[in-house]
Design a protein around this ligand. Sequence first.
Ligand SMILES: [Zn+2]
Length: 277
Amino acid sequence: MYLLHLTNFDHQFPQDQMLQIYGETMAGLGIMVDEQKNISIDSEPRPCKNPRAFCTPICIRDDIRFVIRPTGGQSDYQAFLHESGHAQHYGWASPALPPEFKYTGDYALTETYAFLFNHLISDSNWLASFPGIKNSVEFTRSVMLARLVTVRRYVAKLMYERQLHLGDDLSASAARFADLQTSATCFRTDPSYFLFDLDDSFYSASYLRAWAFEVSLREYLKTRFGSHWWASRRTGDFLKEIWETGDRYSADEMAAQIGIGPIRFDPLIDEFVAALK
Ligand SMILES: [Zn+2]
């Protein structure tokens, strides 16, 4: 966890600028966050508040809660940007959608929008424009390495969870969990976490599909709206148009509708190879 937090870069991501950077980034897309009465941000630093950011769509689209306890640092920025993608997705969903297309969709779709904003952290142009980091080569390589560890961790989680749920015999599960995680991440993993480090409903598969879809979606936005896609109102209009459909479509259906489907893993692999070679 210490490695993944990349704490040596934390001074470049001050706590007190996070909300302002969020507002400015969204303004580039033509989204004025101060006027979004349906998305409320709770950034109060209450003593027992969990520092992990989260977004809860209580009532789509009228009441979207976005909860953070800004502590600063790059991992906090990433979490904040990630949750802002969820908040905007739910915040622009059409109120006319039936509940099943608001609350019970394919999680890979909302995670794709979350990663789209999350991954601004590895966009050197965005880093230069907003946190004002002019030379981000070392930082973006580090972020991509940490992201690769995370993606490989989730591949191992999915492989493990598929086997775990096949039967009732848990005798080999702890060792299998540790072996899969250790070989995927190159960090020795404690077998005792084998029933703790789990996500319901194969959420790990939703994350993996979202990581893959997000790379293709981002490339599509760059091709259509330019490398500074996040500073284009036309991008904002396009995103609002697809967000309007809420969870009407699965991630694969949305990729096909945009014209970049089916979801493929090659672009994700190629991105890691290019960033880390
Ligand atoms: Zn998420």
